[in-house]
Write a protein that binds this ligand. Structure first.
Ligand code: SAH
Length: 599
């Protein structure tokens, strides 16, 4: 779907960027703003709102206004025609609290788009279409989802009104339809036959009710053979005559098929384009292999390498022949039909919005820029965000409308249980961790507790860990084998930490030290350095980064001896190089090993 988005203020633009990031995962999105605000690469400055709207209305499948509804309504008013051809129009307020589908809620998909926009902002979709609100069968939405042509729009309105009023609507189909018949529809054969009904058929004259809404599956394939240079009008004439003879509605055609020698034949391509049909071409071998009884011509065999083109092409995708070869002047046409796969069952919801799910999301070290798209999508798709208070603060500004739950630092088990319980109740829950959730984060704990909540699934979404973020700030200290060691002895006894430090130093690993300090254990980094100094040179290149990716980020490159006497706090990640780590132009670099420099 092509989505044109527009914002008018600084704040609106900020929100538009967030929405764009989320929508871009599935769709092509362009963003426009007044020229004075359009400084960024991905924002186009518009000349006038009227000209932008005119262009977007004609060329996009959906428009999103980040503005007051009034602005959107006045802009689109001159262009509005009908719900079958207008694009979807959604308007979202600057704070993201409500996303309003203004136009084409059903067929155009504005309701769905408003839901997606609301998901991205943490707001609510303001759905006003009666069938949705009353949980009634929406025949137009269903027709779009099943790729059915809806022929009688006026009757479609009557059908929706009747269903909302609780009046029976007949349903007769030439094809099998999976799933349960929706409430309000009465299957064919019932007595008395309702006045109003839906007919699902490829037949031209299907009218089993006094007022019939015809839904036509695009299940017919037109097979065509023609000589070079045949114009599209004469091909169309024969195709239409064949459809009439077979009693098929012209809207039932979905595909035009032929032999690959004709793949550039202008008459065929023009006709398919004009009628909105898919084009399908097959090699002579593929056509020869199509099973069935077909008419056969020596001449055609000699010319193109297979004894029949139109019938075989029409049946090449599992279709059954319904009208055998008809020939006109230089054109042959055959018609075939394939049973369409139809169902009343709702499509399975897409993954990120699945309920009863806890997603454990790594936010990266700090800044929104270091978050992955997947992490962003998981937050967008959640109803509830759970985390340690300071991580909740990181996301609070962006999701003012979501339910945010935090617990104090040391209450990790409570926090995980709280998340699992909310998911059990049906919420989509995101548990946020800084960095990567699988590195001293919540992922392991959630998975350990999850068996107590069998109806809940747990997904882990990775993030950029402090080691990765900090390494990039310092240069490239982790180019070779490396390990992380946490200096926190809350979970690990200190003697085990020491043994790990010794092993890492003996093996000449680069080391990323997490949790290097706290109020109660201010000298742990000094003690760790003393352990390392027994195995490593005091001149070993080291570094540390404080507040990676956040305001006030600071860093330093120094020797192991200097590191020993440096006070660091809890929001610091410390890096100890291996015996080859060097300082290059002030950056900490562990050689990859290609350059054999003497130094
Ligand atoms: N899951 C996190 C680690 C949590 S343990 C991750 O993958 O990064 C907490 C320790 O991580 C802190 O004591 C500090 O050593 C490091 N850390 C986390 N975020 C940091 C940041 N923004 N700047 C510096 N260090 C950070």
């Amino acid at each position: 779907m092509r989505i044109g988005m527009i914002a008018f203020t600084q704040r609106g633009l900020l929100l538009a960027h967030r929405i764009m990031q989320s929508l871009q995962m599935c769709d092509e999105v362009s963003l426009a703003a007044p020229p004075r605000l359009a400084a960024e690469d991905d924002v186009v400055g518009y000349e006038s709102l009227a000209s932008w709207t005119e262009r977007a209305f004609a060329s996009c499948d959906a428009l999103v206004f980040v503005s007051a509804c009034g602005i959107a309504v006045r802009s689109i008013a001159p262009h509005v025609r009908d719900k079958f051809s207008d694009p979807a129009v959604v308007c979202v307020d600057e704070t993201g609290a409500v996303a309003v589908p203004l136009l084409s809620g059903h067929v155009g998909g504005a309701n769905d788009l408003a839901r997606r926009v609301a998901m991205a902002t943490g707001g609510k979709p303001a759905i006003s279409t009666a069938t949705d609100l009353n949980d009634a069968f929406a025949v137009d939405v269903w027709a779009v989802s099943q790729d059915l042509a809806l022929l009688d729009r006026e009757v479609a309105r009557e059908v929706s009104a009747a269903l909302l009023d609780g009046e029976p609507v007949g349903f007769e189909s030439d094809f099998a339809v999976g799933g349960a018949l929706p409430d309000g529809l009465v299957a064919a054969g019932a007595a008395p036959v309702p006045n109003l009904g839906i007919s699902l058929s490829c037949r031209k004259d299907a009218a089993p009710f006094a007022r019939t809404l015809r839904l036509v599956p695009r299940a017919v394939t037109v097979g065509v053979g023609c000589k070079r240079g045949e114009d599209s009008a004469s091909i169309a004439r024969l195709v239409d005559a064949c459809l009439a003879e077979a009693g098929l509605a012209s809207q039932a055609v979905g595909t035009l098929a032929s032999i690959d020698l004709k793949s550039n034949e202008p008459g065929l391509c023009d006709l398919a384009q004009a009628r909105g049909w898919k084009l399908r071409f097959h090699t002579a071998e593929e056509l020869a292999a199509v099973p069935g009884e077909f008419s056969s011509s020596e001449f055609v065999l000699r010319t193109v390498g297979v004894d029949n083109v139109c019938e075989r092409a029409a049946c090449a995708n599992g279709e059954s022949l319904v009208l055998a070869r008809h020939a006109g002047d230089g054109v042959t046409v055959a018609l075939a039909l394939r049973e369409p796969a139809l169902s009343f069952a709702a499509p399975t919801p897409s993954l990120p919005s699945a309920r009863h799910k806890v997603t454990c999301v790594g936010l990266g070290p700090g800044g929104a820029d270091d978050m992955t798209y997947r992490a962003r999508a998981a937050l967008d798709a959640s109803d509830v965000i759970v985390g340690y208070a300071s991580y909740i603060d990181l996301v609070k500004a962006e999701y003012p409308n979501k339910e945010l739950l935090s617990t104090p630092m040391r209450k990790e088990v409570d926090r995980c249980r709280m998340a699992l319980e909310r998911a059990r109740e049906g919420a989509r829950v995101a548990v946020v961790c800084s960095g990567d959730p699988g590195i001293y984060g919540m992922a392991g704990l959630l998975l350990e507790l999850a068996p107590d909540y069998p109806e809940v699934t747990v997904e882990v979404v990775p993030g950029v860990s402090a080691a990765n973020g900090g390494a990039a700030v310092l240069g490239a200290p982790l180019m070779h084998d490396w390990c992380t060691i946490s200096l926190s002895d809350l979970m690990t006894p200190w003697d085990k930490i020491e043994r790990r430090l010794v092993a890492a130093a003996q093996a000449d690993f680069c080391i990323a030290l997490y949790n290097p300090s706290s109020h109660k254990r201010a000298d742990y980094l000094r003690r760790a350095c003393d352990v390392l100094l027994a195995y490593q040179s005091p001149n070993t290149v080291c570094g540390y980064v404080r507040s990676i990716g956040r305001e006030g980020q600071s860093s330093n490159v120094l020797t192991l001896r200097e590191l020993r006497d440096t006070p660091v706090d809890m929001l610091t990640c410390v890096f100890v190089g291996n015996s080859e780590t060097r300082v290059v132009d002030g950056r900490m670099v562990t050689p990859r090993g290609y350059l054999q420099r003497s130094h």
